[in-house]
Design a protein around this ligand. Structure first.
Ligand SMILES: C[S@@+](CC[C@H](N)C(=O)[O-])C[C@H]1O[C@@H](n2cnc3c(N)ncnc32)[C@H](O)[C@@H]1O
Length: 330
């Protein structure tokens, strides 16, 4: 192969010239011999010392696991185009046709994503009062505990024991931006603390309740990990705590069942306080049913509400969305 040989001290300016002239052959690695650098070039070029030599090929790293995975050709279109990454753990949804190839898929993900150490497939929907799903180990380590980074905080959690979705990071940041310094916040369904720990940077005090003992255990750890003192973890059913707390802001991140807890939220918010309500809806009626329920409960309690914002948070299932409604209570 043809190379341009230059003294080391001229290498940078020659590299720029070769790039400008589009003569650098970037399929091969530049090599150094003694005090000289040799650039692989596409063709002869006047004014430089040309040498005949060999160059090492630049290894082309695959960008996606789909480029290296071993599954039958006809199943390639079924491979998931994305998956959740929680800390060092990848969790993906496999259609039934691909389950016999789960291990191959897991191995391919480990091969391409060097920071991932374990791969699991979703084994069920999010279930029960703890909102946890079953997981099927595909490849890598068997461990389910990890540390996830989002919005500048670190969250230790066990993906097999607690609920956590990295897809809500943007939503959590949206709420963070709304919180005013000095506020008291009630995180009714706190999990391991992705809202509470983040909001603690601005709010005066956060009451963080969860019924899952594992979630509260990790929340305690996450307070230490993030050097946060103004979060008060409460283990138990939020029904027993509601009303004893008067907060400026209430977060109801239990979209499947939040409508059953509206009374608890409204009796825990001070006048002019704000509730962040989450729900699931069909795209044909994103907010109507939820708004109706909110107004009905407020009326029963003799309170007025004002809707401040309604938005889609993320797609949840075909034609279904996770929605958010922010409202003030008077
Ligand atoms: C969808 S998860 C949200 C967790 C967390 N906010 C997050 O964003 O990761 C809902 C949480 O509510 C908790 N939970 C369910 N029912 C509850 C109840 N009656 N009282 C308190 N917590 C409850 C579950 O254990 C779960 O951790």
């Amino acid at each position: 192969m043809l190379g341009v040989k230059v003294p080391k001290k001229e290498a940078e300016s020659v590299r720029k010239t070769l790039l400008e002239l589009n003569l650098l052959d970037n399929r091969f690695k530049v090599k150094t011999t003694g005090d000289f650098v040799v650039f692989p070039v596409k063709e002869r070029i006047e004014g430089f010392e040309l040498v005949e030599t060999t160059f090492e090929q630049v290894s082309k790293r695959p960008h996606s696991y789909r480029e290296v995975v071993k599954v039958p050709q006809e199943l390639l279109p079924l491979l998931p185009s994305s998956f959740d990454i929680i800390g060092e753990i990848a969790i993906l949804e496999l259609p039934d046709e691909l389950t016999p190839y789960g291990k191959n898929i897991g191995k391919a993900i480990l091969q391409v994503h060097k920071h991932i150490t374990a791969v699991f497939a979703k084994g069920s929907k999010v279930l029960g009062k703890y909102r946890v799903r079953e997981l099927i180990h595909l490849a890598g380590e068997q461990k389910t505990e990890t540390i996830h980074r989002e919005n500048g905080i670190r969250l230790k959690l066990d993906v097999g024991k607690v609920y956590f979705s990295p897809r809500l990071a943007t939503e959590r940041m949206r709420i963070f931006k709304k919180v005013q310094r000095g506020e008291i916040v009630f995180d009714m369904f706190a999990g391991v603390g992705p809202y509470s720990i983040l909001l603690a940077k601005k709010a005066k005090l956060i009451f963080a309740c969860d019924i899952n003992p594992w979630a509260i255990r990790y929340l305690e750890e996450n307070k230490k990990l993030n050097k946060v003192k103004n979060v008060i973890p409460i283990l138990g059913d939020v029904r027993k705590v509601a009303g004893q707390i008067k907060a400026d802001r209430v977060i109801m991140n239990l979209p499947k069942f939040a409508h059953y807890f509206l009374e608890e939220a409204m009796v825990s918010v001070r006048r002019e306080g704000i509730i962040h309500y989450y729900g699931f809806s069909h795209e044909d009626d994103l907010f109507g049913e939820h708004e109706k329920k909110i107004k009905e409960i407020a009326k029963n309690l003799g309170r007025e509400i004002k809707i401040l914002e309604k938005r889609k948070v993320r797609p949840y299932a075909p034609y279904q969305y996770n929605i958010a409604i922010d409202f003030a209570v008077f």
